[in-house]
Design a protein around this ligand. Structure first.
Ligand code: ADP
Ligand code: GLC
Length: 636
């Protein structure tokens, strides 16, 4: 197809019918109205019928709690840095000191996450903690979300985010978190942000039903000009517009990624459809910000098949979240599916190893700027050790490469307002209340209940990236009778099985939760004393940031973003945020764990100070969003 055809596409025919998803939508449509509609029309009718004009903020966000029961000072604690001056917004909802007896285990309005590796098995239900005065909980109030406070000091820029996952619609890891939190932070930096995502079938119905039909057209994709349906479903939430690309042929699977045979055509289609949708909506952003290999063909399409469209005036950024996955397949396969001209299949762009095409490599060549998610990873990927065979290519493009460290969404992750926690806390009372969360976690997981035990957590995809072979090698040495280990994750069978083995070998001291469970992750962040992140490589890492926000001390390997965000504890100056080790070596990990234990058991005062320092650390998106904004301004 020519790019111009993409710009003015026909809306009449749907080549690849989105039958399955339309069936779901059609359920909400009165039979008479849905009767004659094509599947695409049914979707449109459904939205009109339900009167959904603008998507609404999920109830949970509306009921966001604010502080009003600031507890008395931390007990005999070295709370030097306690933020006594913290602002006290108008009270909306009381944070809990204990979960009220009658409270449902899971708030009904909880934003679900789509588990990818495996269905979460029925989790043991946490028993209520007895004998505590239940603090009355205000009902969730339907107050509208406060308008974001926008910093108008820099000129406004419009940005299209293009990526393959985004919390709370679909998430398999940190990319989903970033696609959610960074656009929201950019809105506050005076940006107009549209996020373009695939409309996967697995997106929870509570979001699907709020999507509004914005139009549809046909787009040719392959080298032989095969035509595909592109539908656009829109959802507006907190100042960010989410446009979902609808096509059941590509996105009807239960999970976002399957295997490369499926994924290569899927993300060729997605990259081209995202640009065609922008043209269709007649929205030309200043910046098109693409994420990982799944969106890497966007800059290539823009400078080739879309070069004669209005959209071509946009500047592109490609962010590397993980260089391990590049979208590599045979040249004929990618040439066929992408429909890209022959000349992009050269060794400086898409061609790799002479016979394969590499979608990430092509995107890196054509993007106006490349970013990755920490300065250290930006440096590391230019070395053969971390470059995943693209180190020379990245060295060549080093002039347009920079690292900007990730943050976390401090509203979602706030131990003071976190509705999933048994007990809420902040820096002034963390030392007491974390113990209560620890006991609740031990009870929930069937571990020996003793807040004197040192609880180590691990929340991770269970893959080679995460340094799990190091951890597996030292578990017997860690288990000293005073230490407990809580694992949460899914992934490679070898790791799932070894953690199951250790749970069995150390009953009551090790708990392996081989599942994806957002609520349990919150419980572990709040209830553990320390969180392990011994990664082989880690572009940024979000779990160590969340851990610090929850007063849980990170134990990390000095690589990528872990090195940039965790300052090693210095026993002489009593400074730092966590325990670190450098070489990828099990003995060094053990040493770091032992140093943490020594401080915890022999110098609790200094440990507690570190807990408070961690909670005080700025892990928000604010500074990094500012850096992205400056990059946008630089490019435009
Ligand atoms: P990666 O993106 O490499 O997986 P990150 O540290 O950037 O690693 O992000 C992982 C995200 O996924 C974090 O938000 C973490 O809390 C979450 N997470 C990982 N595994 C699980 C799990 N099994 N259950 C719930 N959340 C998980
Ligand atoms: C990737 C990386 C992780 C990073 C995340 C978000 O999945 O593995 O380190 O935090 O992307 O950028």
């Amino acid at each position: 197809m020519s790019a111009s055809k993409a710009e003015k596409p026909s809306t009449k025919k749907k080549t690849a019918p989105a039958a399955a998803s339309d069936e779901i939508i059609a359920e909400a449509v009165p039979a008479a109205k849905a009767k004659k509609a094509t599947p695409a029309k049914k979707a449109r009718t459904a939205k009109t019928a339900s009167g959904a004009v603008k998507a609404d903020k999920p109830a949970k966000e509306k009921a966001a709690a604010t502080k009003d029961d600031k507890p008395a000072k931390a007990k005999a604690a070295p709370a030097k840095k306690a933020k006594a001056e913290k602002a006290e917004p108008a009270p909306v909802k009381k944070p809990r000191t204990r979960k009220p007896k009658a409270a449902p285990a899971e708030p009904a309005e909880e934003a679900p996450i789509v588990p990818v590796a495996e269905e979460a098995p029925a989790a043991p239900v946490a028993e209520e903690i007895p004998a505590a005065p239940a603090v009355e909980e205000a009902p969730a109030e339907e107050t509208p979300a406060p308008e974001p406070v926008i910093d108008y000091s820099t000129p406004r820029r419009s940005v299209a985010f293009i990526g393959s996952e985004c919390y709370p619609f679909v998430k398999t890891g940190g990319l989903g978190d970033v696609m959610y939190a960074l656009p929201r932070a950019l809105v506050k930096q005076n940006c107009d942000v549209k996020v373009i995502l695939p409309r996967y079938k697995c997106i929870p119905w509570e979001y699907q039903e709020k999507m509004v039909y914005r139009g549809a057209f046909d787009m040719d994709l392959c080298a032989d000009g095969k035509s595909y349906y592109v539908g656009i479903m829109e959802y507006v939430w907190d100042g960010v517009v989410y446009d979902f690309i609808d096509n059941d042929e590509f996105f009807s699977w239960g999970k976002p990624y399957t295997d490369l045979v499926e994924d290569i055509p899927k993300f060729c289609y997605f990259a081209k459809a995202a640009l065609a949708a922008l043209n269709f909506l007649d929205w030309t952003p200043d910046i098109i910000h693409c994420h990982d290999w799944q969106a890497a063909l966007v800059p290539v399409y823009l400078r080739t098949l879309f070069a004669d469209t209005k959209l071509a005036r946009a500047r592109t950024i490609l962010t590397i979240h993980n260089l391990k996955f590049q979208g590599i397949y045979s040249i004929p396969h990618i040439k066929y599916w992408s429909g890209l001209p022959d000349y992009v299949f050269n060794k400086d762009a898409l061609t790799t190893n002479w016979v394969d095409a590499n979608m990430f490599k092509g995107g890196l060549t054509y993007a106006n700027a490349i970013t990755t998610v920490s300065p250290t990873y930006a440096w590391e990927i230019q070395t053969p050790e971390y470059g995943e065979t693209l180190d020379a290519h990245l060295r060549y493009h080093a002039g347009k490469l920079r690292g900007i460290v990730n943050g976390i969404d401090c509203e979602t992750w706030d131990p003071w307002t976190d509705q999933r926690l048994p007990v809420n806390y902040d820096i002034t009372n963390v030392l007491d209340r974390k113990k209560e969360n620890k006991r609740a976690l031990q009870e929930e997981l069937g571990l020996e209940q003793d807040d004197g035990k040192f609880v180590l957590g691990l929340i991770s995809r269970l893959t080679d990236q995460k340094g799990l072979d190091l951890l597996n090698a030292i578990i017997p040495q860690i288990m000293d009778g005073n230490t407990q280990l809580v694992v949460l994750g899914t992934g490679d069978k070898v790791y799932e099985d070894s953690f199951r083995y250790y749970e069995n070998a150390y009953k009551g001291a090790v708990c392996s939760n081989i599942m994806y469970d957002e609520t349990r992750a919150h419980h572990i962040y709040a209830g553990a004393d320390a969180l392990l992140v011994p990664s082989r490589f880690e572009p940024c890492g979000l779990t160590q940031l969340t851990a610090m926000r929850y007063g849980t001390v990170p134990i990390v390997r000095e690589t990528g973003g872990l090195k940039d965000t965790v300052e090693p504890y210095n026993v002489y100056t009593n400074t730092g945020n966590g325990f670190t080790f450098d070489r990828y070596d099990a003995g060094l990990l053990l040493d770091a764990v032992n140093r943490a234990k020594t401080l915890y058991f022999t110098n609790r005062w200094c440990w507690d100070e570190m807990v408070q320092r961690d909670m005080d650390k700025d892990v928000s998106w604010e500074r990094s969003a500012e850096q992205y904004k400056y990059l946008y301004l630089e490019l435009t």
